[in-house]
Design a protein around this ligand. Structure first.
Ligand code: ATP
Ligand code: MG
Length: 380
């Protein structure tokens, strides 16, 4: 891979470059929220050649923090997420795809980081707060779930990631990670690398709403268009999508804000799509203006959205179908990626333990000092 030498920094004994770490929980198939929020960007970054290392994690251990009683769900969804990755164009020659639980070093790092974070700090995390509510965990929060932002800090820092391309809901996790890095480096000496979050440029992609108009498309809310949905399923979901509830007749003026169909157009549509599918409008602004004036029906807008989305989803669907016939190979890719990730995480863990001075057996000075102390005592 091409190295941008100016971006390469010297860190400790290692020379590091630009490193990406990101991932998804195997709690279901991936949806278009994942795609516009992170997946599409990952593939672009991968193909830019500007990164020295790209690590993509299937976060099964994190998924178990709120699915402890349903490990089968997590187990079955690992392959679904991996297939979605490959379908979107993640290339195992350029990106290492790995499974979180197969890198036990991550758990060990979390155990040490836990000493650097307070309970009240975790309680302030807005994403965790809303997820606790969503899962009705208020009365009894599993400790693992409550502390998952710490585990995420381990995932990121274990690989000295510089860049984390994710959706907006991950901002508090990145803040927490940075705090842990600063605290660790202040207490034990410069060891860890502070990562930067990479949010989507497009406002609509920060947090894509569900087809029901709810704030976030989420596997757990059942309001998703999946990357693996058939063309018929996508078309049906688009036909049933939430729009402006007061736009009853075609002639009625309509509202754009909070109108999910227009949010999806913001996320997916380019000017070229108008020339191709709806030449009577120059661009999305012209379509929006007509809708706001009145005289433009939801059905027409939805049909257009369907065509725009199909252009992006059809090739993904076709590539998925091919990979579905190569399951053993997909598991080999995951195993290879996990071994590579483990090697990298082990290096960081060794540095962490050295910095914390819990590397007793390789600490010759400690052994020499103590043996001298007792030899002197014996001689007195
Ligand atoms: P779960 O409900 O199990 O938490 P999820 O749908 O929230 O599932 P995650 O695996 O938690 O998905 O998120 C994976 C990545 O996808 C994260 O980077 C997250 O920011 C991004 N993401 C998830 N949903 C959306 C969305 N609706 N819009 C934009 N990005 C999203
Ligand atoms: Mg989530």
């Amino acid at each position: 891979m091409r190295k941008d030498w100016q971006s390469i920094c010297r860190y400790g004994k290692q020379i590091l470059g630009k490193i990406i770490l990101t991932g998804d929980r195997p709690t279901g198939k991936l949806h278009i929220g994942h795609y516009v929020g992170s997946l599409k960007r990952r593939v672009e970054l991968q193909n830019s050649g500007e990164f020295d290392q790209i690590l993509i994690m299937i976060a099964d251990a994190q998924a178990l923090t709120d699915n402890a009683d349903n490990p089968e769900k997590v187990r079955q969804n690992i392959i679904e997420v991996a297939l979605d990755y490959l379908a979107c164009g993640l290339d195992p020659e350029k990106s290492d795809i790995f499974i979180q639980s197969q890198v036990p070093e991550l758990t060990e790092l979390s155990f040490y980081y836990m000493n650097l974070v307070t309970v009240s700090r975790l309680q302030r995390n807005p994403t965790v707060k809303s997820e606790i509510q969503m899962r009705n965990f208020e009365a009894s929060i599993p400790v693992g779930f409550f502390t998952y932002p710490i585990s995420q800090a381990s995932d990121i820092t274990a690989f000295k990631a510089t860049t984390v391309p994710v959706g907006e809901d991950q901002l508090p996790m990145l803040e927490q990670t940075k705090e842990i890095v600063r605290k660790f480096n202040a207490v034990y000496g410069e060891t860890l690398v502070e990562p930067e979050i990479l949010l989507p440029d497009n406002q609509a992609c920060l947090r894509l709403p569900g087809t029901d108009g709810k704030a976030k498309m989420s596997k757990s809310l059942g309001n998703c268009i999946y990357l693996s949905d058939s063309a018929e399923e996508v078309s049906k979901k688009i036909r049933g999508m939430y729009t402006d509830p007061n736009h009853l007749k075609v002639s009625d003026p309509g509202t754009i804000e909070g109108n999910t169909v227009f949010t999806y157009l913001d996320a997916f549509c380019k000017d070229e799509h108008f020339a191709k599918y709806l030449p009577e409008y120059e661009n999305l602004d012209a379509l929006k203006a007509h809708y706001q004036r009145g005289g433009l029906g939801d059905v027409k807008v939805k049909k257009f959205l369907n065509k725009v989305m199909e252009e992006e989803l059809a090739p993904i669907r076709a590539r998925r179908k091919e990979w579905e016939q190569r399951i053993p190979e997909v598991y080999e890719i995951l195993e290879r990626g996990s071994k590579k990730a483990q090697g990298l995480a082990a290096e960081t863990l060794a540095e962490v333990k050295r910095a914390m001075k819990i590397n007793y057996f390789e600490d010759k000075e400690l052994i020499a000092e103590q043996s001298e102390k007792y030899r002197n005592q014996a001689a007195e």
